[in-house]
Design a protein around this ligand. Structure first.
Ligand code: NAD
Length: 493
């Protein structure tokens, strides 16, 4: 049996995984305390290393460290100095890109070359983009009727921000949260998913190397409960930024509301990807196949619901099947792999339940590969057809290599059907008719619409969900705004 652990990896990575890990507080990783959680290689089920399940006492130390750093060094550091630290961190992420990609590949099963080209590059981009902001934060002067007053506003950080990230984009999601929050002058306690902690711990080391004062970025490892819950309910925490499932997002939203903490929630998606018959069908099909199976479909913006104008259906289905047949399933560190496993056996079983009895029928794929991959949590790339709009396979985020393909006959019908699910993260539209492209983009209920392309992402472009896909925005100026509060100063002249 070949596992990630047998494949060639950088010496730094081999060294890092050779020891058990613990939370990173006040500038260093401590000795593991409390229960050890196995970090699992999903391509084989083997244990990579362990991370601690941080206790409430460890969480308290991390928050107090971040609070002290907020009061002490970070919020008062000059804006140009803060910018330099963030740029240096971006430089270090570039320098160690291959190493960082290997941690995420090991723990998530995603192909390492893709992680380096996509996730690490996006993380670098976040730090570079937001490094430009500290010197551009501005308040305003306010014209009030009584001219004996001088009234102005200041834009100030919130304090300690808790960032909770999902397993599927560990480094990249950490960067999406950290870069704007730090640029705004906040300090952080980051809790990565218990399944993928390693790149976040390494990121914290690199932040220190970049000149970030100890305590500005702390990382606590451990599960949602009790570690995450202890973190989000801590009285010194004023803001929570979360990316993950709708279910956990709702729970966090409720508790943050009760405690009057700021909360932004980036949640799941079931994204309609619409191909009109007048589109460049070859390009649309290639894009549809890529986005359906990229990272085994374990992507919030996966184009997992493909709506195809009836006359183009056969051509699109043939293209999808041909693309799926060329994918090479394998471990994340295997250079030949173009599609990894699912994150866990539990997740694979969940996906299989959707394939058996949640609507429609499997047109291709749907099986577990055997041979050298039998011990991993692999599932073949799969298409489901003949599903009704109310079937769970159409309405739910499956989070697996499963694309549900449905025909449609006209534009009003497809817009109505695309909007029927409760989720609204992204949508795609393929057509050569400019008027229709703008019309449909305006009518689709989703936070991002891609026209004649799919999956583009940039730190400057706001990102977030409509409806149950979330509250608030990451990226761009809006992504910064949520980590700032406005103070109004009245001065009698
Ligand atoms: P998850 O909700 O299970 O876990 C996310 C994080 O929340 C983890 O760190 C987990 O430990 C933590 N957590 C769980 N319960 C908690 C609690 N009670 N208190 C505090 N923290 C808690 O999600 P996941 O399986 O890691 O990630 C997949 C989900 O993330 C999918 O739904 C996907 O669509 C979504 N996602 C969304 C985006 C986006 O930009 N909208 C991006 C990536 C992933």
């Amino acid at each position: 049996m070949t596992t990630h652990l047998d494949l060639p990896m950088l010496p730094n990575v081999a060294d890092f995984i050779s020891r058990p890990h613990a939370s990173f507080i006040d500038g260093r990783e401590g000795a593991p305390d409390g229960e050890a959680i196995d970090s699992i290689d999903p391509s084989s089920g083997a244990t990579i290393t362990t991370v601690e399940a941080a206790s409430a006492a460890t969480v308290d130390r991390a928050v107090r460290s971040a609070h002290a750093a907020f009061v002490g060094s970070w919020s008062t550091m000059s804006p140009p100095a803060r910018e330099r630290v963030l740029h240096r961190l971006a430089d270090l992420l570039e320098q160690y890109a291959t190493e960082l990609a290997q941690y995420d590949a090991l723990e998530s099963g995603k192909p390492a070359a893709f992680v380096e080209a996509v996730d690490v590059a996006l993380a670098v981009e976040q730090f570079r983009y937001y490094a430009g902001w500290p010197t551009k934060l501005q308040g305003a002067t306010i014209a009030v009727p009584d001219v004996t007053n001088h009234v102005y506003t200041r834009r100030e950080p919130l304090g300690v921000v808790v960032a909770i990230t999902p397993w599927n984009f560990p480094l990249c999601q950490a960067a999406i949260k950290l870069a704007p929050a730090l640029a705004a002058g906040n300090t952080i306690v980051l809790k990565p998913s218990e399944m993928t902690s390693l790149s976040s711990l390494r990121l914290a080391e690199l932040a220190i190397e970049a000149g970030m004062p100890p305590g500005v970025l702390n990382v606590v490892t451990g599960p949602g409960n009790p570690t995450g819950a202890a973190l989000t309910s801590h009285p010194l925490v004023h803001s929570i930024t979360f990316t993950g499932s709708e279910q956990v997002g709702r729970e966090l939203g409720r508790s943050a509301g009760g405690a009057l903490k700021h909360a932004s929630l980036e949640l799941g998606g079931k994204n309609p990807h619409i191909i009109f018959a007048d589109a460049d069908i070859e390009a649309a099909t290639a894009s549809a196949a890529t986005t359906a199976f990229f990272y085994s479909g374990q992507v919030c913006f996966a184009g997992s619901r493909l709506l195809v104008e009836r006359s183009a259906l056969d051509q699109v289905m043939a293209g999808l099947e041909s693309y799926a047949g060329q994918l090479v399933l394998g471990a994340g560190l295997d250079p030949a792999s173009t599609m990894g496993p699912l994150s866990s056996e539990r997740q694979r079983e969940k996906v299989e339940r959707y394939l058996n009895g949640a609507g429609g029928r499997v047109a291709f794929g749907g099986s577990r590969p055997g041979g050298a991959l039998a011990d991993g949590y692999f599932l073949e790339p799969t298409a489901v057809v003949d599903a009704g709009d109310q079937d769970a396979v159409v309405t739910d985020e499956i989070f697996g290599p499963v694309v549900v393909v449905q025909p449609f006959d006209d534009v009003d019908e497809v817009v109505l059907r695309a909007n029927t699910t409760d989720l609204g993260l992204t949508a795609g539209v393929w057509t050569q008719d400019l008027r229709r492209a703008h019309d449909v983009s305006a009518r689709l209920q989703a936070g991002t619409i891609w026209v004649n392309t799919y999956g583009s992402f940039n730190a400057a472009a706001p990102w977030g969900g409509y409806k149950s896909s979330g509250l608030g925005r990451d990226c761009g100026p809006e992504g910064l705004d949520k980590y700032l509060q406005t103070k109004t100063v009245w001065m009698g002249l």
